[in-house]
Every structure is written in C-alpha cells, then in structure tokens.
Design a binder for this molecule. Structure first.
Ligand SMILES: [Zn+2]
Ligand SMILES: [Zn+2]
Length: 657
C-alpha cells in the first residue's frame, strides 16, 4: 500500500492509503460532497468516480474536483449517461438494433440528449413510452456504469461480434491504441465512449423521451438512414416538470401551428422543403419589418443596394466560400460553359460595389445594406419551420471603414440593434463576445495584431455602452471576432438574432483599397452585420414571442368591422373603406352569422380592434369598439377611433392601452 496526498478542490491536503477510488477518496474528504458527486476531475482530467488513484506525481497532492449536480458539467454527465440508458433499453427491447451516436445536448432548448439507432423494425411514436418504461426498470435496478480500457483490435472484435458496424467505423476512425468502452452491467449495452458517466443507474431519476426524427449516419445523406430518439433529463422531478410545462407553453406558441391558423405563411413539399411562402397576412408583417428597417437605414447613413442571387463560380473561389463553405452551397449550374452558383451570403456582392470605384479615406465609412436573399443547402433533417430554412433573406449590411472609425461604427451597429429589437418588443438581452482565445488549430486567419486590434474595438464598443457580456473563447468566426446578441422571449427562451462580425479575410482576398491621407493605398476594415438576422427566423421568433397576438402596428389585420345585422352592411362597408383609406389593414365580416360568432372569429384571429355595428351606431354615425384583451371600450365617432388607432400605429406601440 502506498500513501497518496489528496485534496478537495483547493482545500487542505489529506493523506490516504492507496490505491483508492475517487469515490472513496471523496468520502474521506467530505461525505456530503461524495454523496452528491456524479463524476470528478482529477488534476484536470474528467474521470468516473470509480477511477482508481494509485500513485502521485512529484509529491504534489492529487487535486479532486467533484462534478456536482446543478452545474453545466453535471448536467452534461447526467444527460450523456441517460442517453446510454436509452440505448440500453432499446437494445433490450429490440435485439439486433444498430447503434450510432448518443450525445448530451446542453444548448438546444428543445432536447437534452439523443441516440441514433437503426432498429430491426422502424420505431413509431407509440414505442417511446414503452422504451421510457424499460429505461425506468433498468434505472431502478441500480446497475453500474463500468469503464474498461482495451486495445483497438479487441474493441473492433467486440463490436464486430455484436454486429455493430457503425460502432466499428467509429472505433476504426477515432480510436487510439487503447480504446475506452463503457458497459451498463447487467444490460446488453456496451459503447465506445470516453465518459465520464454517473456511477450507477440509480442516479438517473428525472428523465423523459420526447420525440422521434429522421437522421443520417454522420449527418450525410449518402449514409444509412437512422432514427433519432430525443429525450431530456434533469437532476430533479421538479425541474423536469417545470421544463415540460415551459415546453407545453412553447408548443402552444409553435410558429408553424400559429402560422397556419392565422394564414401567415406556408412551406410546400411540392415546391421544396425549407422554402418559405409568405402569405398576404405574413407579408403585412414582413412589410412592417422592412419599413422600420428602411426608415432607420436612411437615418443612419446606410445606402440600400440590390444584388443578384447568383454569380460566377470563380467569385466563390476568390471569396473562399468554395474552400470553407462548399457543404452549405447548392451545386454549380452551367450556362455557355460558365459555371454559376447561388449565393449563400451577400458579402462578395457588396465588395463588388465597393470595388467598382476608387475610394479615398474621405469616402469612408461606406455602409451598404441589402435585404439579401441567400440559399443554403441544409439537410432535410435539420430544417425547422421558419427557424432553419434553405432560402432566406438577411437584413445584411457591410461597412467598409478605416481603423480610426471602426470602433464608433461597431458602437453604432450595437445601438442600432438594441433600438430595432426594442421596437419589436424585446427588452431582455444576452450579449456574447466570441474571440479566438488561445486557439492552436490554425483555422483562424489574420495576424495576432489584427485580432488584438479587432477584439479591443469590440470590447471598447461594449464598454462604452456599459453592456455586460460573456466572453467566449474559440467561438470566433475563422475570419474575425464577433458580437452576438440573443433576445429572451415571452417565455424565457433565448434566441440568437443579431450578429456584428469583423473580417480580416475578404478585404485581403479581394485586395480592397482606399487612398489614405498619405496618398498611399491602404486596406479598409470590413464589418458584417445583420440585426434581425434572417427575416424568416425573426418572423418565427416574433410569432412565438407574441403567440400570434401582435401589437397593433404589426397585426396583419388591425381592425375587424362586424355588422350585427344585414341591415347595417352598407354602413359597415363604408366604415371599412374609410379605415382602409386612413391606412389601416381592415377586414369586414359580411357573413350571415350571429355577432357572437363574428367576435369569436376575430378574437381567434387575434385582431386588436373590433368595431361592432348595429342600428344605433348607424343612426349616430358611431362605432362600438372592442379591444382584443380589454373587451368593450366604448362607443365613439369614426374620427375619434381613427385618431386613437393611428397614434398606436405611429408610435409602434407594443400594447393598446
Ligand atoms: Zn458515453
Ligand atoms: Zn457578410
């Protein structure tokens, strides 16, 4: 037996007899912590609690940092372990199942983990409760997660024997000399995995299976088709219940359902997945978005440009998109021996405008804005309503400036973003600054000097507005650091919308220049920025944020005119015309229905104002006004109503009171 010096986090060192497992060591250091721990880091390395400490190096104490519940790291271990439990249950119920991968999901608001499987007979939604029940049975047997280290050849043999061709592929391509595999003892499950995992299935108490989707092995449409089983897991049942409730609320707000109910947009299989049709009512909202944007672009010194949807293939070679982005681009098409490709981004086109003339430092900054429609070859499995599509319009802009003005330009972009997001009803934000960090992969372009200058310009712009932000290392784009703004919606979900990015790459590749004060050519700096992000995605977020009950200025139908009897139809038609002439979006309901049904219908369509017209209103030349949430708000003259309604629209008011 040897003596080992151990220490809990940065606490005092204690001497224990070795070899000893991490679980036992933790028990000696702090019983409570030992009870709670899910896994641990030993001198920085993630390990299971069953990991054995048998020696220590250079007399330094072995530092044990437990991975505890209620931390992101803990959630990762919990969810990843639950994915294993899911695979064990599927194997148990459907022998012959081939397993793919099963990671934890921490960022996706919809799911907590998945496992990709190919079962002998395809699964249906009805199988999910059955699988979940089997997961509970396995969990209650308190089986151990056991790690083993074996040679690569041995691992290949194990997975071949079990007829797991996909696991063999993984071991073959990713395994080192020694491969780590995990068992859930007492179940038919074994996985090629680095871990760590919870010590036993008893730790998994609050989990749920959510849905089934199609997936391809390796995300590649040429590879075998699989089924993806999604689930989630939390530390306590209360947390899971609260999350399920929020999910239910999210489902009620699902933009795909509301989009259909309010006739806002459609996606039509026969025209192609991921392509959005904006119907007249969705179009009305789109127009309000665009009008707001165009007004502001004008005020803020942007020039509005329009560019083609397609360009010669060479352009995308020069820009580097063919090299770095080809997977997301539609294949080339040929005309008279020249190849063309659809644009996945607008940047090279704005560069084309910049390059069409010579510029002096006095011309800069130049700000080109475009509602630019782009196309990306997203796989069908990743498409999701308006949120992830194949054709979309960015409210894109590119700013070409000198190093002296870049800081204020970035500051202006951020202010613009907050004004815009605020106008549409978002008042809670999360800002992320993504930087290169201590990256050594070499994927980042540009010199260290450029990165330092760019990052400091972004930081200075954030600091000048006293904005709190998270600094995220290694998440920058390969061509420069960026600021992302996420908004929190009405039910607390975060959506990434605005992005402001530095670019060292394109000015270099396209050899952009301006003539400086010194009469010599210089390279301008380039900023990409989109505020809505994509019009389609922002529209989707907007629908879910308001659950379809848009404020007056955005509502596709602002006023419903509802005659009580046919006798007043002429008057109703006249009121409708008058309101339309005053610039409102109006629907007059002449159906031979009772007034109650007409009100209910307008209420379902979430129309902000209803004008209920009967004989008395005709006699007095008045309208009886109902507001969507307040009900009756009184009888008034048409001109008084117009004045009130116009005020709400002109102010872009978010409520009607
Ligand atoms: Zn694993
Ligand atoms: Zn761009």
């Amino acid at each position: 037996m040897s003596e080992i010096n151990i220490q809990l986090n940065d606490g005092p060192a204690a001497q224990v007899g070795g070899p000893i497992t991490v679980a036992e060591a933790l028990k000696k250091l702090d019983r409570d912590t030992a009870k709670q721990a899910l896994a641990a880091r030993v001198n920085g390395r993630e390990v299971d609690l069953a990991f054995t400490l048998d020696e220590q190096q250079n007399g330094e104490p072995v530092k044990i940092e437990p991975v505890l519940p209620e931390t992101l790291e803990g959630l990762d271990v919990l969810r990843h372990s639950t994915a294993h439990l899911l695979a064990a249950a599927v194997l148990d119920l459907f022998p012959g199942t081939k397993l793919g991968i099963g990671p934890a999901l921490l960022e996706d608001p919809r799911y907590g983990y998945f496992y990709d499987v190919i079962t002998p007979v395809a699964l249906t939604e009805a199988d999910l409760p059955v699988i979940e029940k089997r997961m509970r049975q396995i969990a209650s047997r308190n089986l151990s997660y056991r790690r083993e280290e074996i040679s690569k050849a041995e691992a290949m043999r194990v997975f071949q024997e079990r007829d797991e061709p996909l696991k063999c592929q993984l071991v073959d391509s990713k395994g080192g000399e020694i491969v780590s595999v995990y068992y859930i003892d007492g179940s038919p499950f074994i996985d090629f995995c680095m871990g760590p995992h919870v010590p036993n299935t008893n730790k998994l108490k609050a989990f749920k299976l959510l849905s089934l989707a199609g997936a391809y092995w390796m995300g590649d449409a040429a590879q075998p088709q699989m089924q993806r089983i999604y689930g989630t897991a939390f530390f306590t049942q209360d947390q899971l219940d609260a999350w399920m409730k929020q999910r239910e609320e999210a489902e009620k707000r699902d933009h795909r359902r509301i989009g259909k109910e309010l006739d806002l947009f459609s996606i039509q299989e026969q025209y192609g997945q991921g392509l959005i049709f904006w119907h007249p009512k969705g179009g009305a909202i789109r127009r309000e978005m665009e009008d707001y944007l165009r007004e502001e672009l004008g005020k803020r010194g942007y020039g509005l440009v329009f560019t083609p949807h397609i360009a010669k293939r060479e352009l995308w070679q020069t820009s580097g998109h063919e090299e770095n982005y080809a997977d997301a681009m539609f294949a080339p098409t040929e005309l008279e021996e020249t190849q063309f490709r659809l644009k996945p981004m607008n940047c090279p086109f704005h560069i084309g405008i910049y390059k069409s003339a010579q510029h002096s430092y006095r011309d800069l900054p130049l700000r080109y804005a475009e509602l630019g429609t782009c196309y990306r070859a997203e796989l069908s499995g990743t498409l999701h309503g308006l949120m992830r599509v194949r054709g979309f319009t960015q409210d894109d802009a590119h700013i070409f400036c000198t190093p002296e003005t870049v800081r204020s330009e970035i500051g202006d972009c951020i202010r613009f973003a907050f004004d815009l997001l605020g106008a549409f009803g978002f008042d809670k934000f999360k800002i992320e600054l993504s930087v290169k960090g201590s990256d050594t992969t070499g994927k980042y372009l540009g010199s260290d000097d450029q990165w330092v200058h760019a990052e400091s310009a972004l930081v200075a712009a954030l600091d000048a507005q006293q904005l709190a932000y998270d600094r995220i290392e290694g998440e920058a784009a390969f061509y420069g650091p960026k600021i992302d703004i996420k908004v929190e919606d009405a039910i607390g979900r975060l959506w990434q919308l605005t992005t402001v990015q530095f670019d060292f790459n394109l000015p270099e590749r396209f050899e952009l220049e301006y003539i400086g004060e010194d009469n010599k050519p210089h390279r301008p700096l380039m900023i990409h920025r989109a505020l809505f992000g994509s019009m389609e995605r922002f529209f989707g977020v907007l629908i879910e944020h308001y659950a379809g009950a848009f404020p007056m200025w955005l509502a596709p139908v602002q006023i419903a005119v509802l005659p009580i009897t046919d006798r007043v139809n002429d008057y109703a038609a006249r009121v409708g015309t008058e309101l339309r002439n005053a610039g409102f979006r109006v629907e007059t309901n002449f159906k031979g229905e009772k007034i109650g049904a007409k009100i209910r219908d307008a209420q379902m369509q979430k129309v902000p104002f209803m004008l209920v017209l009967g004989d008395r209103e005709v006699e007095q030349e008045m309208v009886a006004v109902r507001e969507r949430t307040q009900g009756d708000i009184g009888v008034m003259s048409i001109s008084d109503f117009v004045e009130m309604a116009r005020k709400l629209v002109n102010l872009r008011a978010l409520t009607n009171t």
